[in-house]
Design a protein around this ligand. Structure first.
Ligand code: FE
Length: 195
């Protein structure tokens, strides 16, 4: 039996098992993916914070990060996904644009980079409202943006996850990369807070 044939057989069997588990409501694909990701360990917002701090201190890295998030986080030793292939897209906050992330369908989230997702991220209210009235929702998080700031809402999917690159806080020129990382919050990386 050829290797390719065996692989195909195994992957067919795994898919059948997955379908069975999903059909019985035991586990859904995305949830399984997140569980495995968290289980594999090291899933913490500090990972995303280190990515942001590196981007702030290394312009060439930042360029690679914005061009291909998946490859750039892998450079730092973080995988973007779990068992299913996922693409990571990093979106940068600037003077005139603020980015915020949601998954309107369920709760897709870059677990490896941000740790387990907060309950509000999975809530019906956040998912339904942030796309419609982002400014009002962000104000409820205590984030008041200038009227001229454009707000872009990114809707995640099983295939594509998003990470916000926050603006580097003022007066941090003298800080080391590690000190900068300590300033980055999970909500800052989702876009529901500024730093
Ligand atoms: Fe989702």
């Amino acid at each position: 039996m050829s290797g390719t044939h065996t692989d195909a057989l195994i992957s067919r069997q795994v898919r059948r098992l997955e379908t069975l588990l999903e059909d019985r409501g035991i586990v859904v694909g995305a949830a399984l993916d997140e569980m495995l990701d968290a289980f594999l360990g090291g899933a913490t917002p500090l990972n995303g914070a280190r990515v942001a701090a590196r981007a702030w201190t290394d312009p060439a890295y930042k360029e690679r990060l914005l061009a291909d998030g998946t490859a750039a986080v892998t450079e730092l030793g973080y995988s973007a996904g779990g068992v299913q292939p996922q693409r990571l897209r990093v979106v940068e906050n600037t003077d005139d644009t603020h980015n915020v992330v949601v998954c309107t369908l369920c709760s897709c989230y870059p677990v490896r980079l941000l740790g387990p997702s907060p309950s509000w991220y999975k809530s019906e209210a956040y998912r339904a409202r942030v796309g419609r009235e982002p400014r009002a929702v962000l104000e409820e998080f205590g984030l008041r943006l200038p009227a001229a700031t454009r707000i872009t809402v990114w809707d995640s999917s099983a295939e594509t996850r998003y990470l916000v690159l926050p603006r580097r806080p003022e007066g941090t020129d003298a800080l080391t990369e590690e000190e900068l990382a300590a300033r980055v919050t999970r909500n800052g990386l989702i876009g529901t807070a500024a730093l």
